[in-house]
Design a protein around this ligand. Structure first.
Ligand code: FMN
Length: 272
């Protein structure tokens, strides 16, 4: 399907809509500082050079450790870095010059050393691990926000997530059953706080009773805002170009993840 793009007027209108977007906090709850902080959370991609104190980072990791998980299986691992450790392991700075990073991995290896979890249901096991690790990632993100630390989760930028699974397996010596999902980079924000990117309205994502088909007008307006917002913050790129970066890496990642999670032999030739 060809991507519907906004015309010049639609572009301006879309940007105006983005800038007008605000979290909807019920008036009765506006005094709740933590709620306001969580609802105004943004993915931040510019950090200053203030280090994150050890106790603050320890609290963030503790939030990940204590996150909820299916049957409390805790099917995750965290590869933990400060700026120097990242430089040493990867030979470059943490993306966006953040101060700390946590690579969040799904882990169905650790529990298997003492327990056959769901031996005949590899897809369920994988899904459970992805879900649980995602929750741990979000718990760390929320703890960071509570402590005034910003973050962004990455799956592509800087070879940090599931799109570079094979590379990370090698670099971090991951055993089979341990697979990278996302890297969260943390720091104190620098410069203007980013505006809220286009979020779908509640009516579009909630339903009661039977599934509600998407409203084409709402979906097109959202897509146009995505395209306009992306262009406004990345003048030399585009939403389309970014999707193409993902498309170019997905084939290899699919092969690598299959091998890492399900033990299917990798056949890079068929996807390159
Ligand atoms: C799993 C995951 C992977 C992401 N990967 C990237 C990435 O590789 N590069 C990037 O700049 N942002 C990445 N993001 C951030 C999203 O672009 C961001 O969450 C989204 O645009 C919504 O913005 P918000 O977090 O400010 O609400 C990722 C987010 C998630 C949850």
């Amino acid at each position: 399907m060809a991507l519907s793009k906004p015309g010049p007027l639609g572009f301006v209108r879309s940007l105006a809509r983005i800038l007008a977007g605000r979290p909807q906090v019920p008036p009765s709850l506006q005094d709740n500082a933590l709620l306001r902080r969580l609802l105004s959370r943004r993915s931040v991609r510019h950090y200053d050079d203030r280090p994150i104190p050890d106790d603050v980072f320890a609290a963030i990791l503790e939030a990940g450790r204590l996150a909820p998980s299916t049957v409390n299986l805790q099917t995750w691992s965290f590869a933990v870095f400060n700026a120097a450790g990242w430089q040493e392991r990867f030979g470059r700075t943490i993306p966006f010059r953040a101060q700390r990073a946590v690579i969040v991995l799904g882990d169905i290896h650790r529990d298997k050393t003492v327990l056959d979890i769901f031996p005949d249901s590899p897809l369920i096991l994988y899904t459970v691990a992805v879900l649980n690790a995602g929750l741990a990632a979000m718990a760390m993100n929320a703890a960071a926000e509570a402590l005034g630390v910003s973050s962004v989760m990455l799956s592509e930028t800087g070879r940090t997530g599931l799109l570079d699974a094979g590379y990370l397996k090698e670099t971090l010596a991951l055993p089979d059953g341990v697979f990278p999902l996302t890297t969260i980079v943390f720091g104190y924000p620098k410069g203007a706080y980013p505006p809220m990117p286009p979020k779908l309205p509640l009516e579009q994502i909630c339903f009661t009773g039977k599934y509600r088909e998407p409203d084409p007008e709402v979906m097109t307006a959202w897509l146009h805002q995505m395209i306009a917002g992306y262009k406004a913050s990345n003048v030399r790129s585009s939403f389309d170009a970014q999707l193409n970066v993902y498309r170019s890496k997905i084939g290899q990642a699919e092969v690598d993840l299959n091998a890492m999670v399900f033990g299917t032999p990798a056949d890079p030739g068929s996807h390159r």
